[in-house]
Design a protein around this ligand. Structure first.
Ligand SMILES: CC(C)(COP(=O)(O)OP(=O)(O)OC[C@H]1O[C@@H](n2cnc3c(N)ncnc32)[C@H](O)[C@@H]1OP(=O)(O)O)[C@@H](O)C(=O)NCCC(=O)NCCS
Length: 219
């Protein structure tokens, strides 16, 4: 199968959604936004995201435990700067004789779905994986998760089913100058996009205040 993520080398023509949808790398200062995003997921979406029933306390615990020095977390923000999509790239412990691997988990809020955000987060995680010497990217999902399966297969991942679950794998080629430039360009584009949204939001908030209207928040 054609492997779109693994074979995209050109910085001007990467996996297209990666450029259309700006993706930022998140840090510890985003913990509250990550928590807010995950708590907005309904019961079924949480089950699809984490593979099991996930009450609020578990989400609190998960977010508190995120280690931004060890793993990478990526986010996509909407025009109101709400974290509409996020992905966690968790590096798996390196064992002797095995290639470095990482697990990808993703969620997009219902309002943002079908616009390429999930695809862009996967593309960004894949290029970041390559640039950090990860050779194998892995997604664990429930076999009935049609959207994630579609996303994974579209990216050229090999999917294996077992006992109602599915594991999708992507073997990544090593980084090269293009992947480094691609990631840097994505990061710059995402910072620029965020700054524009921030300015627009500020001026909208000022006008709302001036006209006596409450500020906007979509989620
Ligand atoms: C899976 C998820 C991240 C996808 O996010 P998204 O932003 O909608 O993804 P995209 O818009 O990039 O792509 C979705 C693709 O799946 C397709 N799709 C959506 N629902 C589908 C379904 N039920 N069956 C088949 N394909 C489906 C869309 O048509 C689209 O395909 P296209 O790009 O070829 O048109 C989102 O649905 C989600 O957050 N689900 C809950 C959490 C979850 O399941 N996480 C994955 C497990 S870690």
């Amino acid at each position: 199968m054609h492997n779109k993520l693994a074979n995209s080398h050109s910085p001007t023509k990467p996996y297209l959604a990666g450029l259309a949808v700006p993706v930022r790398e998140l840090h510890g200062g985003h913990r509250d936004e990550i928590l807010h995003h995950l708590l907005l997921l309904n019961e079924e979406d949480r089950r699809l995201r984490f593979g099991t029933q996930t009450p609020d306390e578990v989400i609190h615990h998960y977010v508190e435990g995120l280690d931004f020095n060890k793993d990478s977390v990526f986010g996509s923000f909407d025009s109101q700067l709400n974290l509409i999509g996020m992905a966690h790239l968790a590096y798996l412990p390196v064992s002797k004789g095995h290639a470095k691997a990482a697990e990808f988990g993703v969620s997009v809020l219902p309002d943002g779905r079908g616009q390429g955000i999930g695809t862009a987060l996967l593309a960004r995680a894949a290029v970041h994986s390559r640039n950090t010497q990860v050779e194998s990217l892995f997604v664990h999902c429930l076999a009935n998760n049609r959207a994630m399966m579609h996303l994974a297969q579209k990216a050229g991942m090999r999917v294996e089913y077992a006992y109602g679950d599915a594991d999708a794998y992507l073997t990544l080629p090593p980084a090269n100058p293009s992947t480094i430039v691609e990631e840097a360009a994505n990061e710059q584009w995402a910072d620029f996009d965020y700054a524009i949204k921030e300015n627009l939001k500020r001026s909208n908030d000022v006008w709302s205040w001036f006209l006596g209207r409450p500020g906007t928040r979509t989620t």
